[in-house]
Design a protein around this ligand. Structure first.
Ligand code: HEC
Length: 309
């Protein structure tokens, strides 16, 4: 199974072009046939619809393999959970499945052409165009997602990533706590959080200026219990500033997350202990959201009334 996943997954980017392009070519063949009837043109369209169907199946299988391989989904499911990549993956899978089912209709149309009982040209033209649009939307959704996690992969430097949490060490001692008491962070799973930064980054952080290269920013979190922070740790959210040139899209920032003892039924649907190092596809959403604070060097900051400096 693992080998199959690793073999199939990388095929996805190549295979997906066929179901997008073939219905368009079929449409063109039929349009030509409409103005200058030639029997082979509709045969070509029929063949293209068959290729669309076959490659759509290949796209579906390889797409699922790819999301398993990247660890975007924990296990095989026809429709991925809404939590994966902010629901984008689910939307992509829904459009893809719909397009695949729709391509069966075109398979029937192809069969009719072979049997010399072709459906009216207007029907075939409309169906072929609709199929092209449907696969086009699927591809667009997919492209947006890839764009999302390419950001992060681009900012990954594996040497850094390997020992990121080891080199963080005991941040309670080495970093400076920037808030007086915990607040409830809606953007980090409604958990109660404290923010720590490197000593030489304190001034910059306070003034929303660019932090020095090498800075750590760590957000520890605690689960909510009756609207109060409990003693149960949530994930540890980490940002580390690297060289700007290594990851220009995030001004050098790397994101990471670690959760040693995930609570039952957590919002992120994390089951076992996780350690997401820079480059992990799960972290695409961190950058996506923190990009809103580009002018503050990607720092969301401490809410009014909670600062202690
Ligand atoms: C939906 C938006 C959003 C997402 C997603 C998000 N953050 Fe944040 N993050 C914020 C905001 C807003 C703040 C500051 C206020 C707060 O925490 O409530 C912040 C603060 C932080 C801080 C403290 C430094 C600062 O910005 O002041 C760290 C570290 C951090 N986030 C890491 C992460 C990591 C790692 C992820 C991904 C696993 C992540 N964040 C996902 C919005 C987000």
């Amino acid at each position: 199974m693992e080998t199959l996943i690793h073999w199939l997954g990388p095929l996805h980017p190549a295979v997906i072009h066929f179901p997008v392009v073939c219905p368009i070519l079929a449409f063109i063949a039929l349009a030509l046939d409409f103005y200058r009837p030639k029997p082979w043109l509709s045969q070509v369209a029929a063949a293209l619809w068959v290729i669309t169907f076959v490659t759509a199946i290949a796209a579906l299988l390889s797409g699922h393999a790819l999301s398993l391989q990247f660890g975007i989904v924990p296990q095989w499911s026809w429709i991925p959970p809404a939590s994966a990549l902010h629901g984008q993956l689910q939307e992509h899978a829904l459009w893809g499945s719909f397009s695949l089912l729709f391509s069966i209709v075109l398979l029937v149309a192809a069969w009719k052409i072979y049997k010399d009982e072709a459906w009216p040209a207007a029907v075939n033209l409309t169906l072929s165009l609709a199929l092209a649009v449907s696969f086009g939307v699927t591809g667009h959704e997919g492209g947006e997602m890839v764009y999302g996690f390419d950001h992060e992969t681009a900012s990954a430097s594996s040497a850094d990533a390997a020992d990121l949490f080891d080199s963080l060490g005991n941040f309670h001692e080495t970093l400076v706590k920037m808030n007086s008491h915990p607040w409830n962070s809606r953007t980090h799973g409604h958990r109660w959080v404290n923010t720590y930064v490197s000593k030489d980054a304190v001034e910059a952080y306070k003034n929303s200026n660019p932090l020095p290269v090498g800075s750590w920013v760590v957000k520890e979190s605690f689960e909510d219990e009756n609207n109060q922070p409990s003693g149960t740790p949530g994930p540890l959210y980490v940002m580390k500033k690297g060289a700007k040139n290594d990851s220009p899209r995030s001004n050098g920032w790397h994101f990471a997350l670690k959760w040693d003892k995930p609570t039952a039924n957590n919002a992120e649907k994390i089951k076992d202990a996780v350690k997401w190092l820079p480059g992990d596809a799960h972290l695409a959403s961190c950058l996506k959201c923190h990009t809103h604070f580009r002018d503050e060097d990607y720092m969301g900051g401490i809410p009014e009334g909670y600062q202690n400096h």
